[in-house]
Design a binder for this molecule. Structure first.
Ligand code: 2P0
Length: 328
């Protein structure tokens, strides 16, 4: 099927057990498992139409014809989709985020989840969700998780062809409706992309092997904590995974630091709030924003305290969101 414009929405996800590093770059095989929550509110909206008159893919990002690295990755992802569906058609793609791009807010996760969902829809949905998860992982190691709402896991997998390295849902949002306050400290694009940072870490950090070895036990602890709704256990393992990810990259040569001064102040603030009885923990991705995960009863207090911290330019209060879905 062609000539039908399909629009999909996907939300970023925040990893509580982190993905950082690749075993192989062509298939984009992650070096670690990862476990995430999908947010609501922040979203990528992507429309795709396959057009027999096009001689190449036409990609608009935020309304502009794009010639960026990201548009090259979109073309590459569409090539994979065409290969799997035996389609020869090129696509017009229009994608927009309602939040800062490439600033540690998981825009590649929501971006590729929305793209793949819309493109599969525009072709008449020839691929199953599992195939979409494999395609998404190849496009970006965090993207498969955004296909799913609530709690998702991206398996590292052990096969050379990547066929067991896919994301799937662990629980829907209703299982344990945690909330997230995103504290934005800088909206500029990061200077080192996640892919480049991962490669640099894997090739130069002396802690690399320890980081990879920690993945199996950390995932097991986080899964058990989510299963039983044990907030303290989830807080401890999530902060540990976050700190270990930043430690392994800070130990790279030269060390990689995505934080700014406000990020560090926020870490101390979240820890002192938790010590005072507020159910909150932090996680930080490849950027200077801090995400405070909390119980619904504490979200307003967390948002107020984070929002009044010097260096915080905006806070966004999210609940857990849905997986990628078609909206037209
Ligand atoms: C994550 N991050 O698990 C980790 C934590 C950032 C820090 O996945 O190269 O854009 O496209 O596979 O998914 C961000 O990296 O990397 C990321 P690629 P991606 O959410």
């Amino acid at each position: 099927m062609a000539n039908k414009s399909v629009t999909a929405i996907a939300h970023p996800n925040i990893a509580l057990v982190k993905y950082w590093g690749k075993l192989e770059t062509t298939l984009n095989l992650p070096a670690t498992h990862s476990l995430s929550i999908t947010l609501d509110k922040l979203e990528t909206r992507t429309s795709v139409i396959f057009d027999p008159d096009l001689q190449q893919d036409q990609i608009k990002i935020a309304g502009h014809i794009a010639g960026t690295d990201f548009s090259a990755r979109i073309r590459n992802c569409l090539d994979q989709l065409r290969e799997q569906t035996a389609s020869k058609l090129f696509a017009q793609v229009d994608t927009t985020n309602n939040f800062p791009t490439a600033a540690g807010l998981a825009s590649s996760a929501s971006g590729f989840a929305a793209l793949i969902t819309a493109a599969n829809g525009a072709l008449g949905a020839p691929l199953e969700l599992r195939d979409l998860a494999l395609l998404a992982r190849q496009a970006s190691g965090s993207a498969g998780r955004s296909l799913f709402g609530g709690y998702a896991i991206q398996h590292r997998g052990s096969k050379d062809d990547g066929s067991d390295s896919f994301a799937e849902q662990l629980y829907p949002a209703e299982h344990w409706p945690l909330e997230v306050v995103v504290a934005i400290t800088n909206t500029a694009r990061k200077t080192t992309s996640s892919s480049a940072g991962m490669l640099h870490t894997a090739t130069s950090s002396p802690y690399w092997d320890n980081w990879m070895a920690q993945s199996d036990p950390d995932i097991a602890i986080a899964k058990a904590a989510i299963k039983t709704g044990d907030f303290t256990a989830l807080a401890e393992i999530s902060e540990a995974s976050c700190m270990a990810m930043h430690a392994v990259m800070q130990a790279a040569r030269p060390g990689l630091i995505y934080w700014n001064a406000a990020t560090v102040d926020l870490i101390h603030l979240v820890r002192s709030m938790r010590a005072s009885g507020i159910a909150v923990f932090f996680t930080i991705d490849a950027g200077p924003q801090l995400k405070a995960v909390c119980l619904p009863k504490d979200a307003a207090a967390v948002a107020a305290q984070l929002g009044s911290t010097p260096g915080v330019v905006e806070t966004i209060h999210c609940q857990l969101g849905a997986g990628a879905h078609i909206v037209n």
